[in-house]
Design a protein around this ligand. Structure first.
Ligand SMILES: [Zn+2]
Length: 312
């Protein structure tokens, strides 16, 4: 009992206003325990506070980082969209170029079969439009996928630009050649007048007996009317001929020559370069002629051919 009592302490509480005395009996170690507990509690709360404030700081930093990343991300999205638009525009221009080239070729009469291998633009347009639609289908949900798509788009565009460049440069030669031929070809009428005598056998206009081979066609042009070169070429003769009177002969290349006879006046001289439609003579009735008209011939490799076959 004595030993037990030693381990306890009694606290007495005497309020001044009251006569009653309150007493508390407690183990001797209790105050020490309470003190230690309070100290531990204070230490723990201090630690928690510092942890909490560091977490708060981290959170604030992360938040600002996320904000910055979001800004970067959205600007990248804008950039990617711009790139997509740009590559689509380049693709459109490539398709336009191909169409224009085809139109030019068609205009000068180059058949697609002649250069079809490099010319065939249809697979170019179809496979590309599909890859673009793929990108458009998932707009910016996966940036890395979009970037990959753009990279492959640009790679294929670069390839297409290179092949189109090759195609154009390969087509230039044939187009130029074809244009030169078209300009040289005696494709227009030398005068605006009706044809009074055609090409081939006809009754002799002088004797009215027997037949003769008419080497060209006659135009019922009026005296002094201007006759023009029917194609680009070089004047290889300009002067007097017993049969054709005042005569001009033009060489057009490609084995083609044209002859203009019975003129009253010659406007070009031998060696002159003439253009299609350029005035070369004034119509008359010189030489072996029955009246004012223009006699016009076309020769291919030295042989007379029907001039009307070359008119447009
Ligand atoms: Zn004639």
């Amino acid at each position: 009992m004595m030993k037990n009592k030693k381990n306890y302490a009694t606290f007495m509480f005497i309020p001044e206003s009251q006569s009653t005395v309150k007493s508390f009996r407690m183990p001797i170690w209790f105050p020490r325990f309470v003190t230690v507990s309070i100290i531990l509690l204070v230490l723990a709360s201090t630690a928690s506070f510092s942890i909490l404030s560091s977490l708060k700081l981290q959170y604030a930093i992360s938040k600002s980082e996320i904000g910055k990343l979001t800004v970067i991300n959205s600007s990248q999205k804008v950039e990617i969209e711009k790139l997509q638009k740009n590559s689509e525009e380049v693709q459109k221009k490539l398709e336009e170029n191909s169409r224009m080239l085809e139109e030019v070729k068609k205009a000068v009469g180059i058949t697609p079969s002649a250069t079809s291998k490099s010319t065939d633009s249809s697979p170019v347009s179809s496979d590309n439009s599909s890859s673009f639609s793929k990108l458009a289908a998932k707009p910016s949900s996966d940036l890395s996928a979009n970037i990959e798509g753009i990279e492959s788009d640009f790679a294929s565009l670069a390839g297409k630009i290179a092949s189109q460049k090759k195609e154009i440069s390969e087509s230039l030669g044939p187009i130029k050649n074809k244009l030169a031929y078209l300009m040289a070809k005696p494709s227009i009428m030398p005068v605006t007048a009706s044809i009074t005598a055609g090409f081939g056998y006809r009754k002799n206009p002088f004797t009215s007996r027997g037949s003769e081979f008419h080497k060209g066609i006659d135009f019922a042009a009026s005296y002094g009317q201007t006759a023009v070169a029917t194609g680009d070429g070089i004047v290889i003769f300009s002067g007097w001929n017993a049969g054709y009177g005042r005569m001009v002969i033009i060489s057009h290349g490609y084995g083609l020559t044209t002859l203009y006879g019975h003129n009253s006046k010659l406007l070009v001289k031998q060696g002159d370069k003439v253009k299609k439609g350029q005035a070369i003579t004034k119509v008359g009735s010189t030489g072996r002629s029955t009246g004012t008209h223009l006699h016009y011939e076309v020769k291919l490799n030295g042989k007379n051919v029907n001039p009307t076959k070359y008119f447009n």
